[in-house]
Design a protein around this ligand. Sequence first.
Ligand code: MSP
Length: 599
Amino acid sequence: MRTPFLFVTRSCKAVHRLQQSSFLSPISALSSHQRIAVLRNTSTHFCKEDRSYYITTPIFYVNASPHLGHLYSAVIADCLHRYKLLQGFNSKFATGTDEHGLKIQQAAEAAGKDPLTFCTDVSERFKHLFNSCNISYTDYIRTTEQAHCQAVKHFWSVLCNKGLIYKGSYEGWYSTQDESFLTASQVGHAWDSSGKEIKVSLESGHKVEWMKEENYMFRLSAFRSQLLDWLGGNPGAIQPERFYQAVLQWLQEDLPDLSVSRQRSRLQWGIPVPGDAEQTIYVWLDALVNYLTVAGYPDKHSQWWNVAHHIVGKDILKFHAIYWPAFLLGAGLPLPQTIYVHSHWTVGGKKMSKSLGNVVDPLERSQIFTTDGMRYFLLRQGVPDSDSDYTDNKVIKLLNAELADSLGGLLNRCTAPAINPAQVYPSFCPQSLPSQQGGRAVVEDYHMLDAVKNLPAVVEQHYESMHVYKALEAISACVRQTNGFVQRHAPWKLDRRDSKDQHWLDTIIHVSLECLRIYGTLLQPIVPEISNKLLSRLGVQPGERSWADVNFLPRYKGMDCPFEGRALGSDSGVLFSRLESQNIDKQKPKKTKKAEHLK
Ligand code: MSP
């Protein structure tokens, strides 16, 4: 890995170069809002010495098999992790399973299994899904592991020694499904399937029960002003803005102390409270500490803990943006740098649920649409601010249009033997495409060049703020422009025997391959297999695919292009095969025995 100093120098120079560049001025092409963000980033993350980055997914409950929403959380985190690696960061990426608590205890009982065997089975299913979908985690944690139990007990003792935990009596509403305590204002009425009136959480719709028991309480109420100070001083701590505002709003409301244990007689499946075998630690406290366990807590967590970023779904924001920071403040530990919040996937406009029979199995879908296809769809259509609706048809339409036709078609057009008989990265001719107009290019071509030159800065901004769909929108628009460029100049109509035509033809292909190289490089965090195939076909070596290598069209600026004259890669297979909309049901892979028995 390059030394931080060297990278800092190069990166800052690179941005400086971007700002100086006369023919294409990426920064000036951005909106003022984007411009400020790029420049702010230049001085904070590019020039910062600490090149470590730590990203986490929520750990997943093992009461049921993984569904599409779980894969979505993991794909977002994987995308950010891969992006940081491309930028030269030393990135750690943690995911895993949340295995304690009443909900899991009850699910294991219902399955007639001992809890650990039950947890192991389902945890393996999550792992299998993530491995199949190229989720490149560096750490997979299970809360039933010894090291984690030690970390939780240590964390508890620190809070206790600071006088932040006291024995009390909790009386109020509890939702086992959400493993959450609720105030009266968070509870409403509903009717169950037999028509009986029940109480439910207004937020999740899950059933709540009245609970009264002796347990340990955490002095959450004492942390309101510190939490407000943290948010006031860090407007980017919770993103998008909408969720930051929601947390500020919650902090205006009642913030009672939090029950952080359950009586052992009711909950055996969990970590016992140190020094009190009659009580079990509340599953959310247990689960949140997983982020610290992976970082090396309690002995050597600083390297990672100081640069922690969490991805969370909107349903678990309160736990991450109020309880967790309060616990951390209490324990004297730094707070996470960013909590990125995403919204949910619905199916047919409804929440996915077993009873509605609309749960989308992500493994099954990724076998039909390919892993990269599913990753692309989730990140292109998933919008952090609001829910997105899933249908197979949307997947097929989007992937056919953007991956098969637009991107795949462009690659095919520029590498097909008919147009590129020598199978090389052809030469660029400066007279055919001079930086001042006068060659054979038209004004739209210059706009296209400008857009592609700007693209890395634009994509970077969107990746940084978890607006991955906007990054993909920008890439997709550029791919369309490059297709327009090829279409406009119809290289297949040029006469190879005429040297001027031949030079122009080579230049068109050179420019198009340069565009494809940029798209392939920037898409690596989203569709690693397709990007690899694309870059390999262009002859771009693994060591030439980082963010620092993007340098678009150097020949246009009078610099050397390392790819010019290079042989193309030999794999000329289709980049992404078109999907047929019929017979999706027939294509569904047969369920394995294991899958059946876990249901
Ligand atoms: N175990 C807790 C998290 C503890 S983290 C210390 C939990 N687990 S979960 O399995 O229920 O949810 C894990 C993630 O999946 C959450 O980010 C949640 O928002 C996400 N999703 C669950 N359903 C979803 C959709 N329908 N759509 C998108 N994501 C959703 O909560």
